[in-house]
Design a protein around this ligand. Structure first.
Ligand SMILES: C[S@@+](CC[C@H](N)C(=O)[O-])C[C@H]1O[C@@H](n2cnc3c(N)ncnc32)[C@H](O)[C@@H]1O
Ligand SMILES: Nc1nc2[nH]cc(C(=O)O)c2c(=O)[nH]1
Ligand code: SF4
Ligand SMILES: [Mg+2]
Length: 210
């Protein structure tokens, strides 16, 4: 395949830079505790300084992989496939999710929402970032809003984001991992004072699983 042909397939979402995939337990948010197969797609230029998968950022480091191959493998592990990254919406998620839905599995996405919402999703976890705000469409379609709390300013940002999502969206505050001991007591107080919010923890890190 020429470089140009490969780029065309990447542009169409038929090849995706696959960083890693693993069968584990969803650690965060609404579906925490549920077994699922994670597909981590490389490429992200949002640039969160506390990102826990910075190795995902450079798409070129991850092999362009045919969506058919990703799907065939993923559905052999689980009936729930969680697509994450990197920022999966960097790419056209249409072909990947169409093929997953054709196999009858549930499709979930973990996204900052910074780019156009593509793909067919049963569950959208939106985790907005100040540097690159979500698109209007993803605020309307998100099933859960998961705001990361690194410092006090993040409570204000979380409220601004909660004001933008649809009325059925479930609201979570999740401590940034390195600041968890400092921010957890503040999150607890905040959720008791503002019970529309729930706490989300990265439970997989406490369980020592991927
Ligand atoms: C690594 S991101 C990949 C998906 C997408 N780029 C996003 O940010 O939603 C997956 C989830 O982990 C969260 N996350 C990343 N680093 C974190 C950290 N240090 N502490 C807590 N949550 C973190 C993100 O906010 C997001 O909800
Ligand atoms: N177990 C587990 N749960 C997760 N929920 C969201 C994750 C992610 O990195 O997107 C993640 C992850 O990396 N592992
Ligand atoms: S948007 Fe997601 S993958 Fe990108 S830097 Fe932020 S947390 Fe990491
Ligand atoms: Mg993670």
């Amino acid at each position: 395949m020429t470089r140009r042909e490969r780029q065309e397939l990447i542009d169409k979402g038929l090849l995706l830079p696959l960083m890693e995939e693993f069968y584990t337990i969803q650690g965060e948010g609404f579906h925490k505790g549920t077994a699922a197969y994670f597909v981590r797609i490389g490429g992200c230029d949002v640039g969160c300084h506390w990102c826990d998968v910075k190795e995902s950022w450079l798409a070129e480091l991850h092999p362009p992989t045919a969506t058919e191959k990703i799907v065939e493998n993923a559905v052999s592990f689980s009936d729930t496939i969680i697509v994450t990254g990197g920022e999966p919406l960097t790419w056209d998620m249409g072909p990947l999710t169409a093929q997953l839905k054709a196999k009858g599995v549930q499709t979930h996405i973990e996204t900052s929402g910074a780019y156009r919402l593509t793909g067919e999703w049963d569950w959208i976890c939106l985790s907005p970032k100040k540097m690159k705000l979500p698109t209007e469409e993803v605020y309307e379609k998100a099933h859960e809003l998961k705001c990361i709390i690194y410092n006090n300013d993040d409570f204000k940002f979380a409220e601004e984001q909660a004001a933008k999502v649809n009325g059925n969206c479930i609201l979570y505050l999740q401590p940034e991992w390195s600041k968890r001991d400092k921010v957890m007591p503040k999150i607890v107080d905040y959720v008791m004072a503002n019970p529309k919010w729930k706490v989300s923890l990265q439970t997989h890190k406490y369980l020592n699983i991927p």
